[in-house]
Design a protein around this ligand. Structure first.
Ligand code: SF4
Ligand code: SF4
Length: 246
C-alpha cells in the first residue's frame, strides 16, 4: 500500500504530518456545531489582535487563527494547534470587537477540543498540571480548598504571601454559612451533587476526552467515581431501611 505523503515546511521545527491527518483535524474543526456561529468571514483588519491581551505577551494572533481557518490552510492550522492556541485567555474581547461578528476565542476553543480528541501532545502537556485539581473535584466536589493555599504554591504573590499565614481555620469558623466552615473543601458538596457531576462528565464526553489524553488518570478517576457511587448507593439503602416500618 502506498504511504500517505507527508506535508511540512522544511524550516519548521514541527515534524511533517500526513495529509490525511491534516484533513481529518480540519474536518473535525469545520464540522463542530459552533463553527459557523463563530466564523463568518474576515476583513483582515487586525482589530481582534490589537485588542487581544494574549497577543501582547505571546507569539499569538487571533487574526492569524481566523485567516488560517478561512483559507483552509491545513498545515498552518495543525501547526497553530501545537502551541499557539493554548495562549488564548478566553476573554472574548475579540468577539466583542470584530466587525464581522467572528469569535476568534470561540474558534480557539473548538481547536482545543479537536486537539484533545486527536490526543495531540500539546493538549497533554497543557492539561497535565490540572490533574490535582481534577482529583480534588472528584473527591470533594470543589476545585480548590483553603488547605491547598500554601506559600510554596503561591510564591508569585510576593509580600502578600504572608497573608497565607493567617489563622485560616479560625477565620473560616467565623463565616456565617455553615457549609463554608471547612478547610479540606471550599464548601461542602453533598454526595448526590458529586454523582450528578459524574453523569454530566460522562454524557458530555469529558471522560472520553480524558481517556484520550491520559489513560492512567482516566483509570484512577473511574475507580474513584465507582467508589463514590457505591458509597451513595449504600447511603440510599441505609435511608430506605431507616424509613421502612419494622
Ligand atoms: S477583527 Fe474580525 S474581521 Fe478583523 S481581522 Fe479579526 S477576525 Fe478578521
Ligand atoms: S478570547 Fe483569546 S483571542 Fe480573543 S481577545 Fe481574548 S485572549 Fe485574545
Amino acid at each position: 500500500m502506498a504511504t500517505a505523503p507527508l506535508i511540512g515546511d522544511p524550516l519548521s521545527p514541527t515534524p511533517a504530518v500526513a495529509q490525511e491527518t491534516l484533513q481529518a483535524v480540519f474536518e473535525d474543526i469545520r464540522s463542530h456545531p459552533l463553527f459557523e456561529h463563530e466564523l463568518h468571514g474576515c476583513l483582515n483588519c487586525g482589530i481582534c489582535t490589537a485588542t487581544c491581551p494574549s497577543a501582547h505577551y505571546y507569539d499569538y494572533s487571533p487574526r492569524e487563527i481566523v485567516q488560517l481557518l478561512l483559507t483552509e490552510n491545513l498545515e498552518g492550522i495543525h501547526e497553530a494547534m501545537q502551541e499557539k492556541i493554548w495562549a488564548c485567555a478566553q476573554c472574548y474581547t475579540c468577539a466583542a470587537r470584530c466587525p464581522f461578528h467572528n469569535s476568534p476565542g470561540g474558534l480557539v476553543m473548538i481547536m482545543r477540543e479537536v486537539a484533545i480528541k486527536h490526543g495531540m501532545q500539546s493538549a497533554k502537556d497543557v492539561l497535565k498540571p490540572f490533574t490535582r485539581v481534577l482529583m480534588k473535584l472528584i473527591t470533594t466536589g470543589n476545585q480548590l480548598a483553603p488547605n491547598m493555599i500554601t506559600p510554596d504554591a503561591f510564591a508569585d504573590w510576593g509580600p502578600n504571601v504572608a497573608k497565607i499565614k493567617a489563622p485560616l481555620k479560625t477565620l473560616r469558623m467565623a463565616i456565617p454559612v455553615p457549609t463554608l466552615r471547612t478547610m479540606d473543601t471550599a464548601w461542602e458538596v453533598n454526595l448526590k451533587t458529586s454523582i450528578e457531576l459524574y453523569t454530566i462528565w460522562e454524557a458530555s464526553g469529558v471522560l472520553q476526552q480524558l481517556e484520550t489524553i491520559d489513560p492512567n488518570l482516566f483509570d484512577v478517576v473511574s475507580d474513584l467515581m465507582d467508589e463514590k457511587r457505591d458509597e451513595y448507593q449504600e447511603w440510599l439503602e441505609e435511608q430506605q431501611e431507616a424509613s421502612s416500618p419494622d
